[in-house]
Ligand binder design. Sequence first.
Ligand SMILES: N[C@@H](CCC[C@H](N)C(=O)O)C(=O)O
Length: 289
Amino acid sequence: MVAGHSLGSVGGLVKGHGTENDFLILADLDGRMALSSSAVRALCDRHSGVGADGVLRVVRTELANEPDVAAQADEAPFFMDYRNADGSIAEMCGNGVRVFARYLRQTGLIDGDTKVATRGGTRSVRFDGESVSVDMGPAVFRPERPTVVLADGQSVTAIAAVDMPNPHVVVELPDDESLAALDLSSVPSVSPALPEGQNVEYIVRVGPHALAMRVHERGVGETRSCGTGICAAVVAAAGAVRDSATWTVDVPGGRCEVSFSEAGTVILSGPAVLVAEVELCAEWLPTHR
Ligand SMILES: N[C@@H](CCC[C@H](N)C(=O)O)C(=O)O
């Protein structure tokens, strides 16, 4: 890992967030770093590390050592290697990709709208002032309709399981009070669980095209926002009715907007903020490889 570089010099560790879903951005442009899951866990630990929901490693796409990613190099100059705080790998991160794009732009690695390579495919990104919009691709409904147990022991059948392309289970609750009362401090009991595990979104309809949502993320725990989860929630709530309206989704960390493109893909818009440059202490590094 790199310590002591400024954001402008494209190196080091940068902290950022999208609706308070927070990330550590690690520049490894030549793709030489062997980023272990234990290093990710150590970095993301909020007590003994820097603290974040996940790590975004920045690699030139043609130098990514995953063939499905390197194949995106003609379209997308940089690969977002996303890791959850527990060190696990995920296909996609909707808040992360906006923050990743903000980082690329602020460091001068790109100078405008771009495409980002991810394990879930290439994503188009458009800058619009404070907001960043991403074409998140198609949502795919899964056949499963699992049951999720709430803290009071009540079981609720999910309204949908949706791949974005990471797996989501969406549960609808009757009102704001039920949403506020949820205890998401442990992994939700989901039956049958999806084979790859799942992110679980709990939603309340607060208007014709408006949701409130909390989320328990696979590999992280409760987070203040989840971009792919927000998309899955809107897809589940909209069902077959996909009109041209823009949906708003309020999460504990802020608000994102979701709409559908003419091609039927899901467009996610929301803030992306870079917060700090972090210089790791030389003494800390060798023990956290
Ligand atoms: N916070 C992300 C989703 C990150 C991946 C997720 N925890 C998973 O394992 O699928 C987002 O904003 O989409």
